[in-house]
Each structure stands twice: as C-alpha cells, then as structure tokens.
Design a protein around this ligand. Structure first.
Ligand code: F6P
Length: 381
C-alpha cells in the first residue's frame, strides 16, 4: 500500500516537467496517496526539502500543464554518491552522501520516489534502488538519448523550437544570399539536429554519429549555387565533430566524478567560418541554446508527459520498482533501470559520453537517416 510518494526533477530543465508532475499528483490523489515535491533534484533529499503537492483549489500543482521549467526545481550537479561539499575553510571535497539521503527518505516515510531525468539521473536512481529505495524513473531530456525508450519528454518541444528557428533563418539566408548555420543542443546524440533539419527544410545536418568532412559540406553548397540557390541552411549538433577531429567545447565544469563535466558549444561558429572560406558565401552562425529547453510544451509533449506520469504511478501501484516508464513501439511500457543504465554497473560511476554509458544515439538504419539522405540533406559524409 502506497501512502506517501515523492517526485524529484533532475538535470537540465525541459518543457514537460510540470506536465509529468501534474499527472503523477492527479493519479496519486485518485488513489488517496500523498504526493511531495523533492525540491531541487537530488539536493532536496539531503536538505529534507519536501513540499506537499496538490491539485486542490490553490494547490501547487494546478495550472501547471502549460508552464515551462519545473515547479519543484531541478539540479544539474547533485550526484549523491559523489557530492560536492564546500568545507568551512573554502576547500571542496567530494563525499558519498547517499546513506544520509536514504535515511531522510525512510524517516519521512516515502514509499516511492519518482525520478524525472535523463541517463545520469536514472543511473543515480538505479544506484539508490540497489541500496533498497523504491524508485520509478521517467525519461526526460531534450536530447532524446535515454536508452530503452523511443522518446523522452521535452524532445518534441526542442525540435519544434529548432524548426521555427530554421524557418526564420531561411528568410534571412534567402534575402542576403548567405549560409545560415544553426547550432542545436543534443550532447552526444544527433536527434534534435536530424529531426529539426528535416522539419525545417535544411540542406545539411551534422550530427555526432557521423563525423563530418567539411569539404563535402562545401561541395553540397557549391552544387546548390550551380542550381541558382545562393543560400544554404546548415544544422549543426553541438556534439558534431570533424572526421578524425575533436569535439568543440566551451570548457569544463568542476562537479567531480559521476556527472558529465564537459560544456559543449562552439562548433556552429567553427563550421560557419570554414564554409565561408571554402565557398566564398557569407556565413553566419546562430546558437539556439536554452531556447530549446524553456517555455511551454507542445501538445505532443503535454500528452507524452501526462502518459508518462500516469504510467509511472501505475508501475508504483503494481510494486514494479527499479523501473523506467518507457514508450516501446508506440506503446507505454517499462524497462528495468538496470537495462537503462546498461554496462554502467559501478555505483556512482560517470554517465554521459563514456564507454560504459548506455545513451541512445542515432543509428544508421534509423528512418530519419534514410529520409534525410533521400531528400538530399547532406550529413557531412
Ligand atoms: O542534456 C540537456 C542539455 O541541454 C544538452 O543538450 C546540453 O549540452 C546541456 O544540457 C547543457 O547543460 P548545462 O546547462 O548544464 O550546461
């Protein structure tokens, strides 16, 4: 019997966080279960920062379906198993505070914790489950790179924002005969870039999964020029890199092991500069950045998030802990967190771009790759 559950949102914000929260709260209330927000991601477990969520008049969970962000906050640097602790003398140490968090969960009487997040969040959830906590995950991220599910919430909104940006860049490109480059997010997966390129009618899409040859891209633009098309639209995923080359990064964070400390960014400008040199056309880069994460979710994401929220609660009611609500072949389903985390078996181990991590990348047999190639989108190879 579930009496009290907690929801935590972790990792970068996406449109749809609140829609999931609302769906969990509503479904919980229907079963007479009390629902609490664990504030600011995994941090809230350490700080015992729990707030009752309700859909009663003036409750915290009303009117939140269209709202961006997360009413319960989120955190991008809170790995309980290697937690950054600032000491009184100003020095920083990393400590395993998972036992403290687990004690707080037990003391407060949570029967289940819902973890809304991407691969790093679900790895921590798996680690907590291994230590005896009842957890159910919900796959979030604009990057769409969580294993075992066809789609994550927040992704569709990000693609829609990128598509709209491409529509706008088209008019400037066509008016001024320029190459317009759009750098989009996605970390080490090219889903946003690829789908936005198709939806926004781009001529080139550079994705992490296909290291690019800039000369092939320039050739594509030259071919367009020969056909009287004096502008081109190029989408570049932030994780794209040249053949035999490296990622372009803005810097590194210092959040210790267990989180991905790489700050990606800048490859759009690199590509624009090179293309201008190679083609003689003026090239301009626009980096879309956080526009992709904020604001109101699309109808698709509102529905997906609501489906995920209700499925997560169903899994909890059935006692299927240690799982992730997923969409498989278009239908709601679940996978075990162990499957999701994959080879990343070490408790507290690093997620993100590591050999062990299990993120879902674009595969060459994906319909999107074939579709893009069929309509002549150059993928940099
Ligand atoms: O994972 C979501 C995401 O928006 C990535 O696409 C991007 O690389 C990253 O987060 C940026 O994160 P932060 O704001 O923490 O630097």
């Amino acid at each position: 019997m579930l009496k009290k559950v907690g929801i935590l949102a972790n990792g970068g914000d996406v449109s749809g966080f609140n829609a999931v929260i609302r769906a969990i709260v509503k479904t919980a209330e229907n079963h007479g279960i009390e629902c609490y927000g664990i504030m600011d991601g995994y941090n809230g477990l350490l700080k015992k920062n729990f707030e009752l969520l309700s859909t009663a008049a003036n409750g915290e969970a009303i009117g939140i379906l269209p709202r961006g962000g997360s009413i319960i906050g989120s955190s991008t640097n809170s790995n309980l198993f290697n937690y950054k602790v600032k000491k009184e003398d100003g020095s920083v140490e990393y400590e395993d505070l998972s036992d403290e968090a687990i004690k707080n969960i037990k003391d407060f009487g949570f029967d289940c914790i819902f973890t809304l997040g991407g691969d790093g969040t679900q790895k921590s959830a798996r680690d907590l489950y291994t230590k005896g906590v009842n957890v159910i995950g919900v796959p979030k991220t604009i990057d769409n790179d969580v294993a075992c599910t066809d789609i994550t919430f927040g992704y569709n909104t990000a693609v829609s924002v990128a598509m709209e940006a491409l529509d706008r860049l088209h008019t400037t490109g066509a008016t001024h005969h320029r190459i317009m480059v759009l750098e989009v997010m996605g970390r080490y997966a090219g889903w946003i870039a690829l789908e936005a390129a198709i939806a926004g009618g781009a001529d080139v899409a550079l994705i992490p999964e296909i290291p690019y040859d800039i000369n092939r891209v320039a050739q594509k633009i030259e071919n367009r020029k020969k056909r009287g098309k004096n502008f081109s639209i190029v989408v570049v995923a932030e994780g794209a890199k040249p053949k035999g080359g490296e990622l372009t990064i803005m810097g590194k964070r210092d959040n210790g092991e267990g989180v991905d400390n790489t700050k990606l960014g800048g490859v759009g400008q690199v590509v624009a500069t090179q293309l201008e040199k190679l083609t003689g056309l003026e090239a301009r880069n626009t980096t879309l950045g956080y526009m992709q994460r904020g604001g109101t979710p699309t109808a698709f994401d509102r529905v997906l998030s609501t489906k995920y929220g209700t499925k997560a609660m169903e899994l909890a009611l059935e006692g299927k802990f240690g799982t992730l609500a997923v969409i498989k072949d278009g239908k709601l389903n679940y996978a075990t967190l162990e499957e999701v985390v994959g080879k990343n078996t070490k408790i507290g181990a690093v997620s993100g771009n590591t050999e062990e991590s299990n993120i879902r990348k674009v595969t060459m047999d994906n319909d999107l790759v074939k579709t893009a190639r069929d309509i002549g989108i150059n993928l940099g190879d």
